[in-house]
Design a protein around this ligand. Structure first.
Ligand SMILES: *Cc1c(COP(=O)(O)O)cnc(C)c1O
Length: 396
C-alpha cells in the first residue's frame, strides 16, 4: 500500500533538497539564552531566538513554574468547557487584559491556534477580512478557515488598504487584520493610519502582537503603546512563546463580547487542551516582572539601538526597523548561507533567509536582539559580521 506513496514522498523531498530548501535543524544542548551550545560545536552567541526579554531561562519564572507544578500537578488533561479550568489560568487571562488595557482575554495552546480560531466564529460570508500581504501564516490560515470575503493590501500600504476598504463596503462587517511587527523586516504596522481608515470605512481592527508585545513601546506594551492607542483596538492576539517567557501559549484579548463568543465557538479552544498550570503561573510571573520595573525593556531597546547603529556605521545595509529585529540585507541567497555558516565558525549563531521565506533577490540575515545580550556579546557579533563582511566582499 505504502510503496507508491513512499516514492511520491521521496521525490518531493529530493525536489526540496535539489532546490536547496531542505531545512536541517541544529540541536541546542543548553537552556535557551544569549550564549548557547550547539551539538557537535563550540559555544555560540545566539542572535536568532525570539527571546527578546531574555526570560527563557529566567530564575523567577522557573521557580514560579516549579512551585505551581508542585502545588497543582503536571497537566490539565481536559478542555475547559468540559472539565473546567484552574484559577491560575483565569488570573493569567486577567493579567493579559490588564497589560493591554483590554476587557477580556482567552488563552490558547499557541498563538497559531488563537489566529486559526479567531475569524471563523465571528464572521460569515456576508462579511469581509482585509489582510496585510505579509501577515503571519497563522493569520492566513485563520482567514482561510472563515467564509468571509477576502481582501489583501500591500504590506503597510495605507493607500492600498483604503482601496480595499472601499471595495469591501458591500459586506456587512469588516475586520482589518495585521501583524504588529513584520518578522522578516522588523517594521511596525502603521496602526494610527489603519485605525483612522477603520473609523472612516466602518471596520474593526485586529493586531497580532507576537513580535511586538514586550518589545515595542517604551514599556514594551506593544504597538498600541507606540501609537498611544491603548484600549482602542478591538482584537489583539499574541504569544507567550517569544518575549513573554518563550515557552508556549497564545491569547486573544479585546472586547468582552468577542472573547465571550470565542469561548463558545472557537474550535482550537473548544477542542484542545489547556496550557499546563506551571506555564500559566510562569506567564503570570512574566507580567508581574514587566510591570514591576522597566529594566528589561530598557535593556532591549538600548541593545537594539547599539547594535543597529554600529552595524550601519560598519557599512551594512540594514532594513529600517522599529523592533528588536535587524535585517542585514545581502540580497543573494547563496551569499546569505555562506555568510551565516562563516559567522557560526566565528561563534555567532544566526540564520540566513532567502526565497520563499523572503521575496526573490531579498536574501538576508535576520538578527534578533535580546535584553540578555551583554555589550561584550554585541561587540563580538558586530566584529564577526564586519570580519566576514570584508572577507565575502559585502563590505569594502
Ligand atoms: C510566532 C508567531 C505566531 C505563532 O505563535 P505561537 O504561539 O508560537 O504559535 C503567530 N503570529 C505571529 C505574528 C508570530 O510571529
Amino acid at each position: 500500500m505504502y510503496t507508491d506513496f513512499q516514492k511520491h514522498l521521496q521525490t518531493t523531498l529530493q525536489e526540496i533538497k535539489d532546490a536547496g530548501l531542505y531545512k536541517n535543524e541544529r540541536v541546542i544542548i543548553t537552556p535557551q539564552s544569549s550564549a548557547i551550545k550547539v551539538e557537535g560545536g563550540a559555544d555560540v552567541i545566539n542572535f536568532c531566538a525570539n527571546n527578546y526579554l531574555g526570560l527563557a531561562d529566567n530564575a523567577e519564572l522557573i521557580q514560579a513554574a516549579k512551585d505551581r507544578m508542585d502545588a497543582r500537578g503536571y497537566g490539565m488533561a481536559s478542555v475547559r468547557f468540559i472539565c473546567g479550568t484552574q484559577d491560575t489560568h483565569k488570573q493569567l487571562e486577567k493579567a493579559i487584559s490588564d497589560f493591554f488595557g483590554t476587557e477580556d482575554t482567552i488563552l490558547y495552546a499557541a498563538c497559531f491556534d488563537a489566529n486559526g480560531g479567531l475569524f471563523e466564529p465571528l464572521l460569515t460570508e456576508q462579511d469581509a477580512i482585509i489582510s496585510d500581504a505579509l501577515n503571519h501564516a497563522s493569520i492566513i490560515d485563520g482567514v482561510r478557515l472563515c467564509k468571509a470575503v477576502r481582501y489583501r493590501y500591500k504590506n503597510g500600504d495605507v493607500a492600498d488598504l483604503e482601496e480595499q476598504l472601499k471595495a469591501a463596503q458591500a459586506q456587512r462587517f469588516r475586520i482589518i487584520a495585521t501583524d504588529g511587527v513584520f518578522s522578516m523586516d522588523g517594521n511596525v504596522c502603521p496602526l494610527d493610519k489603519i485605525y483612522e481608515l477603520a473609523q472612516k470605512y466602518n471596520a474593526l481592527v485586529m493586531v497580532d502582537e507576537s513580535h511586538s508585545a514586550g518589545v515595542v513601546g517604551k514599556t514594551g506594551h506593544g504597538v498600541t503603546e507606540l501609537y498611544n492607542m491603548r484600549g482602542k483596538i478591538e482584537i489583539i492576539t499574541g504569544t507567550l512563546g517569544k518575549a513573554f517567557g518563550g515557552s508556549v501559549g497564545g491569547f486573544t484579548t479585546g472586547k468582552k463580547e468577542i472573547i465571550d463568543l470565542l469561548r463558545q465557538r472557537s474550535r482550537p479552544y473548544l477542542f484542545s487542551n489547556s496550557i499546563p498550570p506551571m506555564i500559566a503561573a510562569a506567564g503570570l510571573k512574566t507580567f508581574e516582572l514587566l510591570t514591576r520595573d522597566n529594566t528589561l525593556q530598557d535593556k532591549l531597546h538600548a541593545n537594539t539601538e547599539y547594535f543597529v547603529t554600529r552595524m550601519k556605521a560598519a557599512g551594512f545595509d540594514i532594513k529600517p526597523t522599529q523592533s528588536a529585529i535587524c535585517a542585514v540585507m545581502l540580497y543573494d541567497a547563496r551569499l546569505s548561507q555562506e555568510f551565516a555558516a562563516a559567522l557560526q565558525q566565528e561563534g555567532i549563531y544566526v540564520t540566513g533567509f532567502y526565497y520563499p521565506v523572503v521575496p526573490q533577490g531579498q536574501a538576508r540575515i535576520r538578527v534578533q536582539l535580546s535584553a540578555a545580550h551583554t555589550q561584550e556579546q554585541l561587540d563580538k557579533g558586530i566584529a564577526a559580521f564586519t570580519k566576514i563582511g570584508k572577507q565575502l566582499r559585502v563590505l569594502k
